[in-house]
Design a protein around this ligand. Structure first.
Ligand SMILES: Cc1ncc(C[n+]2csc(CCOP(=O)(O)OP(=O)(O)O)c2C)c(N)n1
Ligand SMILES: [Mg+2]
Length: 592
């Protein structure tokens, strides 16, 4: 910038420049826990309070999860602000979610005055080091004149290629410094489109296929992009699986939806994926959950199922599997190009698609579970009454496999879940979603373990007058880990039992609507009362602890472990054992 241009600008303090940079980048909400390290930014935000809603949270992890949910829903970076040291440490889990989930996020961290650097000043942390493996990019602003430039770059990096989190440390004194610099808005960048030969080559591979399978995943899908990719997939009558916790990308109720290829996927779908002769991976990384613990594909890419991998980041293509064809493209641009391509006429795989759909519907049939609460039936009854624009959020835990297996999302519904398996995500994500879309019904699924990690964010829902409905599945344990325990060390319950409060009373103490439901037929009426209350609501769903997974009881897991031990003992070369139980070999992804 020329000196003449610089003096034309009115000098603003760093705190105001930062707030104005957020406005210039189109931020509408900022999620924070305040700290004395960024008083000047808080003051800057006061000045722009009519442009940006500042959401005050109770825990930095909650604030970043809310911002991450904003990023998942809007495709624009969610913004969170936390204080130095302890605040940044609490916030780090949300950075990890945004990284593994490829969600655009900008985390601002108050920093000590830079003159004190390297004296281990109060709460001093080097954020470039701390967040190096967690974030896509980390920077620190020490010169107020560089705020517009570095903030614009932070937003650009967060949305570019594979989206992800950017951490920006803002040193304390810098926020007071005056600088006369203009704001910088988002750049007019045209995202990468499929190369001219991409669609013909893809369609040629497809035309030769007999048993193709689509795995749809990734982030920053627009409504238009989702509609276009659905039209392409349906016009070609392709069987569509979604990757781990990406149920919102393709309507589960559609006849082309065949299930989720994630952690705890249906064995029949995994078998089908192995049998397929063309895997079309659109937007997803071929990470551990999708690849079933790197067992699905010949990871070196020698032979095996040919893969067409479409991803916005070239370095993701070939990272764990060498594809037959890689297409680097913005996903929405790809979707439009795919929709415009002439569909394959009379595809050879229509029967295969129907079979896959029939298998999906078969596995979604509610089994006859023992006890008064048949969660499969209750969730399907709930599905039938939910508005078509419902947003679901999920925490991590075994309970999450029930909605995944037994519910089907309708067109227009969204699903936000932590693909990195972060407990404590569901409740703040629901609050963030409800703040972004106050008119939509937001339903959160969470276990008794995960709920007490961030359930106090209910106070944030009250403070900002939004009312999600939280379903707490109470099995009085860290069920997922107990499941692993019973498989590996049957009967030796260690560190997984929980003592819980009265969850309904917990939310009532905030002024919310609480219910406890023990029978299948009581969930829907309770849900209707919860919505009608207009208040943040919690329904504790008491589930049978013995039904540890949606496929097995604890007794069945112990029996399986016993048989496996017997089989191992009968072998001439005994397997390496721990406590008399064979050490299991990795043969698929772990349940999280
Ligand atoms: C932050 C975090 N801590 C620990 C874990 C390990 N973990 C995965 S699932 C799980 C238990 C979840 O318990 P709950 O929320 O009650 O759900 P359940 O499995 O019982 O349905 C634990 C401890 C994790 N994934 N994330
Ligand atoms: Mg539990």
């Amino acid at each position: 910038m020329t000196e003449a241009r610089r003096v034309q600008q009115q000098a603003r303090p760093g705190g105001k420049l930062l707030a104005d940079a957020l406005v210039a980048q189109g931020a509408t909400h900022v999620f924070c826990v305040p700290g004395e390290s960024y008083l000047d930014l808080l003051d800057g935000l006061y000045a722009v309070r009519n442009r940006i809603q500042l959401v005050t949270c109770r825990f930095e992890a909650g604030a970043v999860h809310m911002a991450e949910a904003y990023g998942k829903l809007t495709g624009r970076p969610g913004v969170a602000i936390v204080t130095r040291g302890p605040g940044a440490c609490h916030a780090s889990i949300g950075v990890h979610v945004a990284m593994q989930d490829s969600t655009p996020l900008v985390l601002l961290v108050g920093q000590i005055p830079f003159e004190e650097t390297d004296r281990e000043s109060f709460q001093e942390v080097d954020y470039r080091k701390m967040f190096a493996p967690l974030a896509k990019w980390v920077t620190q602003i020490d010169d107020a004149a560089r705020i517009p430039e570095l903030m614009a770059h932070a937003f650009d990096v967060a949305v570019s290629g594979r989206p992800g989190p950017v951490v920006v440390a803002i040193s304390e004194e810098m926020q007071k410094d005056l600088a006369a610099v203009p704001d910088i808005g988002p750049a007019a960048v045209l995202p990468p489109h499929p190369a001219p030969e991409a669609m013909p080559r893809l369609m040629a591979l497809l035309a030769k296929a007999q048993r193709p399978l689509v795995v749809l995943g990734g982030s920053r899908w627009s409504a238009e992009g989702r509609a276009a990719i659905r039209d392409f997939l349906v016009a070609n009558d392709l069987p569509v699986a979604v990757s781990f916790r990406r149920q919102g990308l393709f309507p589960g109720q559609h006849p082309n939806f065949v299930g989720d290829l994630g952690v705890g996927a249906d064995a029949a779908l995994v078998a089908r994926a192995k049998e397929s002769d063309l895997l079309l991976a659109i937007g997803t990384r071929l990470g551990e959950p999708v690849s079933q613990g790197y067992t699905l594909l010949d990871m070196a890419g020698h032979g095996g199922t040919p893969v067409v991998h479409v991803h916005p980041e070239q370095s993701e293509i070939g990272r764990v599997h060498r594809p037959a064809l890689g297409i680097v493209s913005d996903l929405n641009a790809f979707a439009l190009a795919a929709k415009a391509a002439e569909p394959v006429k009379d595809p050879a795989w229509s029967g295969w698609t129907k079979e896959a759909r029939a298998a999906r519907l078969e596995q979604a049939k509610a089994p006859d579970y023992a006890g008064p609460m048949n969660l499969a039936v209750a969730l399907q009854e709930l599905e039938a009454i939910l508005p078509p624009d419902t947003i679901f959020t999920s925490d991590a835990g075994n309970f999450a496999t029930w909605p995944t297996r037994f519910m089907h999302l309708a067109e227009g519904q969204d699903f936000l879940g932590p693909t990195n398996g972060a407990m404590g995500y569901g409740v703040p994500a629901a609050i963030g979603a409800k703040i972004v879309h106050p008119d939509r019904t937001v339903v959160c699924f969470v276990g008794d373990g995960g709920f007490l990690m961030t359930g106090q964010e209910i106070a944030t829902a009250f403070h900002h007058a939004v009312a999600p409905v939280i379903l707490v599945f109470n099995n009085q344990m860290y069920g997922t880990i107990r499941m692993h325990q019973e498989r590996t060390y049957p009967g030796r319950v260690s560190g997984t039992a929980l003592t819980n409060p009265d969850f309904a009373k917990f939310i009532e103490s905030f002024g919310g609507h609480g219910e406890t439901v023990e029978r299948t037929e009581d969930l829907v009426p309770a849900f209707k009362r919860a919505v009608a209350s207009g208040k943040p609501a919690l329904i504790e769903v008491v589930v049978n602890p013995e039904q540890i997974t949606n496929r097995a009881t604890i007794a069945q897991l112990r029996e399986q472990a016993r048989k496996a031990a017997e089989a191992a003992a009968a072998k001439p070369q005994p397997a390496q054992t721990t406590h008399g139980v064979p050490t299991p070999r990795r043969s698929g992804p772990r349940m999280r």
